[in-house]
Each structure stands twice: as C-alpha cells, then as structure tokens.
Write a protein that binds this ligand. Structure first.
Ligand SMILES: [Fe+2]
Length: 467
C-alpha cells in the first residue's frame, strides 16, 4: 500500500495491517494495574484497509477498535476492523472501490450487480465505540451504528428495533444521563436540514424523539446535556453531497453568519432557545451544567472548520483551546472565554458528573509546536475550581489519544479514579497509559507489542468482559 500521498496516513497515523490477540503474557506492565477494575478500555479510529482514492482527516478510513480488557489486575488486548458492508465489498474485490466523504465516487455497476454495497458514502464506523444497554456499538455520524460482540467481532448494522429509519444518521457523540441511564443522542439525515434529539432508555429501548428544524443542514458533531437542556453548536460549517459527487470541495465555512448555540428543552416542549455569537467551530464538548439563571458550557474552541478536501493544507492544525462559555438565560448574552492557552482536543470528564457541576476536564494536549505534524504529546487536566492546567508529558515525539476518565468503583470522588489513553512513543512503542486522576501521575503502563495508530474516541466499558 503506497500511502505517501496522504499526509494523515504518515507516522503513527498509518494503519496497522493485521488483527491481533495479546494475552497477559504478551503485555508487559510497568506499575500496578488497579485490581478492582472489571471492564474494558476501547478506542475506535480510522484504519484504512486499502490504499484510498482520497482521504480527509479526521473523517475517512475504515473503523478499527482497539481494546484492553481488565479483570483481577490482569489485561488482554485485541484489535478488530468493524466489518462494514463497504469493507466487505472491497475485500471481495481486493481493492478500494469507494471514494471519500470529501470526494465521492460513483459505485461501478459491476460491483452493484455482484451484490456489493451500492451506497457511495462509506459507513466508516470509525468515530466512537460505546457500551450502553449491555450492547457494544461502533459508531460514526453518517448512518447506522454497528453492533459488536464483546470480543469485537461485528454483528451488523443496528436500528434500535426499527426506531432508526432508512437514511437516518445517528451521531457518534451521545451522552448518558447519570441520573436516568438514558442515552441522549440525535439523528440527522443526508436529505434533510433538520435534527432530531433521540432518547434511548437505559435498557436500549427508544423512548422519545424531539425534532429541531433548520433551514440548512449544518455540520453538528457533538451534543451536550445539562439538567434541562440538550445543547448543540450550529456553526456556519456546511457539507454538500452534490458537490462531493462532482469532485468539488464539499466543505463550506461562512463566518459572517456567526455560530448559534441552540438550547433544546429535554422535556420535549419544543421551546428552543437560540443564542448567537461570533463564528467558531468545535468538535467536542467537555461538560455543561446549569447554575442559577446561567448555562455553563466547557468545550474545545477552534477558529474555523478544521478540515478541507485539499490534502496537506494544515487547516487541521489551527489552534484549539479549552473554552468556558456562559449563557445568560434572561438576557441571552453569551460570554465566551479561553480557559487555558494549551493546545488540546478530545475533552472528557468523569461521566458520573455529566451535565452537572464538576471539577476536572481531561484532554489530549500539547506543550510544543508540531510543525508539519498534528499531535498531542501530553494528557492535560483542566481544573475548573483552581483554574490550573496540569500536563502529564509523555515525551516530545509521543502521541497521546483521547483520555478517558475511569471511575474507581469503590469511590465517588473524581480524584480517586484513573485516566486512560493509548500512547505511541517512537522510543517505547505503544502502551495504554493509566494515570491517577487525583495526583495526576503515572499509575501503570500496559505495553502493546504491536502498534496502535492514532485514533478518535474511546470509552471505559464497565463490567464488559470476554467471558
Ligand atoms: Fe468526535
């Protein structure tokens, strides 16, 4: 596979070419693995199986999940591709067939006639992996999720017992309400500008739809919950399927329109509140909560749309920072302040405090300029009580992924949990980093003898085991 034409398939962005199973004897551990952890750390990401025709980071590439399973202080590792219909079709033909979300290709008639996947839009299944209602899903934001078995083998597309209709695109960024266990998620459609909040109960049954109308389909990646609202950012960022099919740049950024913040009542009353402010883009929320007459939103601010059809423009590397936004419900005033001057992305919290006042945010962070690359060599802890940003530095060439807060099952304190992420350091190889959340130092490293490429979102799957 010649990947030299693709800047975001170099170094540790390059895919691995095989699936592995490493038992505890093959995983060297430095430090001590917490003995009371039962479950798995899993991370999804792009791992293109064939040399692509075109590649937009961070949207394209076949999904692959990497997992480290924990039980009795012991660990096991697996990685598996998500067996999508697009990947299966390409395997049957032994080559790339489909284009990219930035440059769609017509599917050859002979492929369709032979029973291959007819949709030109690849279900990448590469964005997130979640465990809810005792079901494991690999997700992207352009279609249905894939149901996986605990061992990462793929069951297939999942429609929540028919709640998802053909053409519905389920977000890869749902939030779980810590009070009810509900999954607060949303659907969008390629053929409609509208947006639908969807609520799935703790057992995985669909229970509510809240429609939201828009005049134009925006690129809305994440959502945040507070006690009473679902919050979304409606930035002036657009994608056109027609332009993508013609080979033209399908991504548009129109900053004069500003960014709208939409507060959607979770009770389904339909009385949405719209706040307006200067244009910015954001991939990810950190957390949000209500306090008196205000809504506080912590998120990663980006100046403009951080991707484009053209390769190697550097647009992905524009500054991104932790921001705290305050929405005044009475005056509709928006206050938007930079919290830290550290370059960061992939923000997470102790999810027991999702939608509630909290102390610590965690994010993949950087303490140096990456020049032509794009990376995060630290895990950052953002203390919203003291205002302090603390970095755990893995070394200048290391690349650290999304830090997931793993609660200590024997404590409800944020300080008593752990923060886990995959790290690749050229000097050390790949490892799962386990930091103590409170002292913010290394508890353990689990070395993976095969490479773990840079990827996207991860989660801790409490009580998920292989047997
Ligand atoms: Fe994301």
């Amino acid at each position: 596979m010649d990947l030299s034409a693709f800047p975001y398939l170099q170094g540790n962005y390059a895919p691995v070419e095989a699936e592995y199973d490493h038992d505890e004897t093959q995983l060297r551990v430095e430090g001590t693995i917490p003995k009371n952890l039962v479950g798995a750390y899993m991370r999804d990401g792009a791992n293109t199986a064939y040399e692509p025709n075109h590649y937009v980071y961070p949207l394209d590439g076949d999904g692959m999940v990497h997992a480290v399973y924990f039980r009795d202080g012991k660990v096991q590792y697996k990685n598996r591709w998500v067996e999508t219909s697009h990947l299966k079709t390409e395997r049957e033909w032994g080559k790339t067939i489909y284009g990219s979300v930035g440059k769609l290709l017509e599917v050859p008639q002979e492929v369709i006639d032979a029973g291959g996947e007819p949709s030109p839009v690849r279900n990448t299944a590469n964005t997130n992996v979640i465990y809810h209602g005792e079901k494991l899903f690999a997700m992207w934001e352009g279609g249905f999720p894939h149901l996986l078995n605990n061992d990462l083998s793929t069951v297939g597309l999942y429609d929540y017992d028919g709640a998802l209709k053909p053409g519905d695109a389920l977000t890869a960024h749902p939030k779980v309400c810590p009070d009810t266990g509900d999954l607060i998620t949303c659907t969008q459609r390629w053929d409609s500008p509208n947006y639908w909040v969807q609520v799935i109960d703790k057992n995985g049954k669909h229970k509510q739809t809240i429609p939201v109308e828009f005049e134009r389909k925006g690129i809305i990646h994440d959502l945040q919950i507070t006690e009473n609202y679902v919050i979304i950012f409606y930035a002036p960022a657009w994608h056109s399927l027609e332009r993508a099919m013609k080979g033209e740049d399908p991504f548009m950024w129109e900053p004069d329109r500003g960014t709208k913040i939409i507060a959607i009542p979770r009770d389904g009353s339909g009385k949405n509140v719209v706040y307006e402010t200067d244009a910015f883009f954001s991939w990810h929320f950190c957390n949000g909560f209500e306090q008196g007459g205000k809504i506080i939103i912590d998120y990663i601010w980006i100046n403009s749309i951080p991707f484009t059809q053209a390769q190697g423009t550097g647009v992905e590397k524009q500054p991104r920072r932790m921001y705290r936004m305050t929405l005044d419900k009475a005056t509709k005033q928006v206050t938007n302040e930079q919290f830290s001057d550290v370059f960061c992305e992939f923000s997470r919290v102790d999810e027991r405090l999702m939608g509630k006042d909290y102390r610590y945010g965690f994010a993949a962070s950087s303490n140096h300029d990456w020049d032509d690359a794009h990376g995060y060599n630290c895990t950052g802890r953002y203390d919203f009580v003291t205002g302090e940003t603390k970095l755990w530095d893995y070394g200048p060439e290391a690349n650290a992924g999304e830090p997931v807060y793993v609660p200590n099952p024997d404590s409800d304190k944020e300080e008593d949990g752990w923060v886990m992420c995959f790290v690749f350091n050229p000097d050390e190889g790949a490892f799962l980093s386990i930091l103590n959340a409170g002292t913010f130092d290394q508890a353990a490293k689990v070395f993976i003898p095969t490479r773990v490429p840079n990827g996207f979102h991860a989660n801790w799957m409490q009580n998920l085991t292989l047997s």
